[in-house]
Ligand binder design. Structure first.
Ligand SMILES: Cc1cc2nc3c(=O)[nH]c(=O)nc-3n(C[C@H](O)[C@H](O)[C@H](O)COP(=O)(O)OP(=O)(O)OC[C@H]3O[C@@H](n4cnc5c(N)ncnc54)[C@H](O)[C@@H]3O)c2cc1C
Length: 458
């Protein structure tokens, strides 16, 4: 029987975790083609940074790519003479994690010579159904496949000023993960104050940025800093079915003004339960959370590595300023621009030379500027979730088409599936998802192969 083909669209950590999970499931008889924009598979957005001060925001002990070997990454670090088991040494550089994933991929492929894996550098533009399979079109041609896995990661943030004059556009960076060309003596306005904004600050400062850096966000809140958590029990079951109920239950368990070690311990204890809780919430509760709770969630859940927290505290007393408010307008000037910022009835102006958009990935596939996702939605092969976040998938991560039917040969993973699972954007959860998906892929291939055998007999 000829080999079945799986095409993975995207070449980041999710793609590598899926290939490795398939290899563990004895994926022989399967040919995998990974199509991605980068020269090194596995690094994606998060792990392609070479900056040693861009650190993991999850301790190494929880970053194994293999759910059957939870110690794998720490052992890999041990093998490279890096002790990362004890607090706070586990927050190693993201570049190291990228190197670990590359090595893991290489050893996995060597150990499984029957598993065919090919990498194509390219940008996937669209998918088209062909009989039971797919035609995947990318900027260098087209390939056919029996199955497709979408692993394209986070979308870019919605562009901040698409209507602005071209003159200004050269000074606005809408891709927060791209290299920013900024002179050391030019003032910068960073929109957003989450982990990506902090990464941008680190990049600027490491290049000796001496001018002012303004971090603008609605509430002016920075991510919390990781402390060594106190082990905690999760909330008692059954979990409340409303966001307010959950918040109250957490407050009851923690008491008034809990120290960070306690609430971080509870957040960690609850982490495996968020997908189940999210799934049980009705759409209006999800929307309420996204409207009113997501800022608090982000700063408590997506925390800074302790060393980054210290660095930031130090910078805040120098040329880093937190600004509360919303960007209302950008007006081009001879050099740079004037940013008008509104906070309630108060309006202030800031003169800056550059703007970096770190407002967070566009969550809604129905409002994306990404060609592939836009095409999938337009051709009714995919739809957004009720809450307006991510693609609609089922428990096996099979993508639901416009009418809500799960497609066994089209799967999605990582940030694309956030609307279904909510807690799914980091390695611990993606590693688990990759294992579940590899099971679904092998199951579907089994069905396809059985059907072919029956057809040949008749
Ligand atoms: C700055 C940052 C830091 C992070 N730090 C951590 C951390 O410390 N620990 C943790 O667990 N998680 C962290 N995360 C979460 C992180 O997203 C996951 O750990 C993981 O890297 C997600 O991988 P991915 O492959 O799903 O997405 P990505 O890393 O975004 O990779 C997707 C890849 O697909 C490519 N691609 C996209 N569209 C197409 C297309 N149409 N055609 C071809 N290729 C395409 C992209 O160029 C990219 O290379 C971080 C995320 C970011 C952004």
């Amino acid at each position: 029987m000829s080999r079945r083909t799986l095409i993975v669209c995207g070449d980041g950590a999710s793609a590598v975790l899926l290939v490795c999970a398939l290899a563990r499931q004895a994926g022989q008889g399967l040919s995998i083609v990974v199509i991605g924009r980068n020269s090194h598979a596995g690094r994606g957005i998060a792990y392609s940074t070479a900056n040693p001060n861009h650190l993991l925001n999850v301790p190494a002990a929880r970053m194994s790519a293999d759910i059957n070997r939870p110690d794998q990454f720490v052992q890999w670090l041990d093998g490279h003479g890096i002790a990362a088991r004890d607090w706070p040494h586990g927050f190693v550089s993201r570049a190291l994690y990228g190197a670990y994933l590359s090595e893991l991929l290489e050893t996995t492929l060597k150990a499984n010579p029957d598993l065919e894996v090919r990498f194509i550098r390219g940008d996937v533009k669209s998918l088209m159904k062909k009989h039971l399979g797919w035609i995947v079109a990318y900027d260098g041609g087209a390939v056919t496949a029996d199955l497709v896995a979408l692993a394209t990661g986070n979308d870019l943030p919605p562009p901040i000023a698409p209507h602005h004059a071209r003159k200004l556009r050269a000074r606005i960076c809408d891709n927060p993960w791209a290299e920013h060309v900024v002179e050391k003596d030019q003032d910068v306005l960073i929109l957003g104050s989450g982990l990506t904004a902090i990464d941008a600050v680190i990049s600027l400062k490491d290049r000796g940025h001496a001018a002012r850096i303004h971090l603008l966000s609605r509430h002016g809140l920075l991510p919390q800093r990781h402390v060594e958590p106190l082990p905690s029990q999760p909330l008692p079951r059954p979990f409340p079915k409303t966001i307010l109920g959950l918040l109250r239950a957490m407050r009851d368990q923690l008491g008034r003004a809990p120290e960070p070690a306690r609430w971080q311990g509870l957040m960690d204890a609850m982490r495996p339960h968020w997908p189940g809780i999210w799934l049980s919430l009705p759409p209006h509760e999800k929307k309420r959370f996204l409207r009113h709770g997501v800022t608090q969630w982000n700063i408590h859940r997506h925390r800074l590595a302790p060393r980054v927290g210290e660095y930031l505290g130090h910078s805040l007393s120098r040329n880093l300023h937190i600004v509360k408010g919303r960007l209302r307008h950008l007006k081009p000037m001879e050099s740079g621009m004037i940013a008008t910022i509104a906070r309630g009835v108060h309006v202030t102006e800031l003169r800056v030379e550059h703007v970096i958009n770190c407002t967070g990935p566009n969550p809604n596939p129905e409002k994306t500027h990404d060609h592939l996702i836009e095409n999938l939605v337009a051709s009714r092969l995919a739809r957004g979730t009720d809450a307006g976040v991510g693609l609609d998938v089922d428990a096996k991560n099979r993508v639901l088409d416009k009418s809500g039917i799960a497609q066994p040969s089209l799967l999605a993973m990582g940030a694309l599936t956030r609307g279904h699972w909510w807690e799914i954007t980091a390695i611990p959860e993606i590693a688990h998802q990759a294992q579940v998906m590899s099971g679904a892929i092998m199951e579907y291939l089994g069905i396809l192969n059985a059907a072919s055998r029956i057809n040949r007999r008749h």
